[in-house]
Ligand binder design. Structure first.
Ligand code: PLP
Length: 423
């Protein structure tokens, strides 16, 4: 190939991208792809909740008047409905308020202030507390660590979950490492599902800290986007089998099943951890919103009801994910400028652009009226050392809006990418 051809081609491609970008800015778009929120149509799927629990006294199966105080562990029928999905025995599961993030927050606060089962002292009394943070990961996990002065140690994600050799090495040698954040199914933002081997190694690894906890945020346990309903191994059972029964804190919620702001959140763990959380929670609440739990049971009915409801979400979400992937393919396929994930579930697609370009792509998109999650949000302290990962959240906008926004985004990727090649 004659010298110069590549550079000339790149400068032609950059010129086209500059022209396309000017047209994009002139179009005056205003789109928001920042957060993984359910769309109004998805929320409408649970409109039946508005009529429930209906007239008359809202009474649970055991005769509890749901309007009154009490029942700190949550309604047994609500716990029974989600026990299998979350892989937690019903007696070890709590049904709580509307947000699992709140439960994660509270678990950190309680561990800082009260001695965990198996701990020598509470975390607040210790010089240094650190958590392993698989990256890319969920920004709100990292915000919680930052809030409480917990050091964050990034660990790379692989196709099977976190790099387990690195995790095992770190937790074995550093007693200040007290936990790891995991989104084990359809992870935020990569859509990764942890392999059985990863689950087995997490459950059985030797940790220098006697009070090490896996924060198992199973936020997308039933959020499938394909016919394959991915199953992951049962962490709680694996921990018990490995002789580490208190290692796992399991979290989940119906935020992206029914209503994101008015669902039900869950915590599951060993009997000792359950009792520890209940004892601490009993100081902050006399009981959760059981009326909301009851109406969820009446609405979803049983496991098949949950599956059927999630199929209706899939019918709305899958075309949006497919549209994003199709546009990426059409506009960026073969350019060498980007790679992206094709998740089998969850809420996100992860777009990887050339190193040093993510912030610039997000800036260009913002100036063209397309708001994206800030580059770096997928890493501790908002800093992606490669400046390469962009999280795409296709759920909220309508199809047409989404397609326009994603096409605009690909223009920004071409512009930033070709300019970088020329630099
Ligand atoms: N965990 C993950 C991985 C999430 O992506 C989200 C929301 O995007 C949440 C937790 C929030 O859960 P909740 O609404 O139950 O607080």
């Amino acid at each position: 190939m004659p010298v110069g051809t590549n550079a000339e081609t790149t400068s032609t491609l950059a010129e086209t991208a500059r022209r396309d970008y000017r047209e994009l800015v002139d179009a005056g778009l205003s789109f928001d792809l920042t957060r993984g929120k359910p769309s109004p149509e998805q929320l409408d799927l649970a409109a039946g909740l508005q009529e429930l629990p209906g007239a008359g006294r809202p009474t649970a199966a055991d005769g509890t008047d749901c309007r009154n105080y009490g029942g700190l562990q949550g309604l047994p029928e609500m716990r029974a409905l989600f026990a299998d999905f979350l892989q937690v025995p019903v007696e070890q599961l709590l049904a709580a308020g509307n947000s699992s993030l709140e439960l994660m927050h509270d678990c950190l606060v309680h561990a800082l202030l009260s001695v965990l089962p198996g701990a020598e002292s509470r975390w607040a009394g210790q010089e240094r507390i650190a958590f392993l943070c698989p990256v890319p990961g969920y920004d709100r996990h990292f915000s919680l660590c930052a809030r409480f002065g917990i050091e964050m140690i990034p660990v790379a994600m692989t196709a099977n979950g976190p790099d387990m050799s690195e995790v095992e090495r770190l937790v074995a040698e550093d007693p200040a490492i007290k936990g790891i954040w995991c989104v084990p199914k359809y992870s935020n933002p990569d859509g990764t599902c942890y392999s059985d081997e990863t689950v087995r190694r997490l459950a059985g690894m030797r940790t220098a800290a006697p009070d090490f906890r896996i924060f198992w945020d199973n936020a997308y346990a039933v959020h499938h986007l394909t016919d394959e309903r991915v199953e992951i191994a049962d962490l709680l059972a694996a921990c018990a089998e490995a002789g580490n029964p208190d290692r796992a804190f399991v979290f989940g919620s119906t935020s992206k099943i029914t209503w994101a702001g008015a669902g039900v959140a869950f915590f599951g763990s060993s009997p000792a951890n359950r009792d520890w959380l209940l004892a601490n929670n009993s100081k902050r609440s006399i009981g959760p919103d059981k009326v909301n739990q009851l109406r969820h049971v009446l609405f979803l009915e049983d496991a098949d009801g949950v599956r059927a409801h999630m199929d209706r979400h899939r019918a709305l979400l899958q075309p949006k994910f497919e549209a994003v992937l199709r546009i990426f393919d059409e506009e960026l396929g073969g350019t060498g400028l980007a790679e992206w994930t094709s998740p089998k579930g969850g809420y996100f697609i992860s777009l990887r652009v050339p190193d040093g370009c993510a912030k610039e792509v997000v800036r260009l998109a913002g100036e063209a009226g397309i708001a994206l999650t800030p580059a770096g949000a997928t890493h501790p302290h908002g800093v992606d050392p490669d400046d390469a990962v962009i999280r795409i959240a296709p759920s909220y906008p309508g199809r047409q809006e989404l397609e326009q926004a994603i096409r605009g985004l690909t223009t920004c990727v071409r512009l930033a990418g070709y300019e970088k090649r020329l630099a």
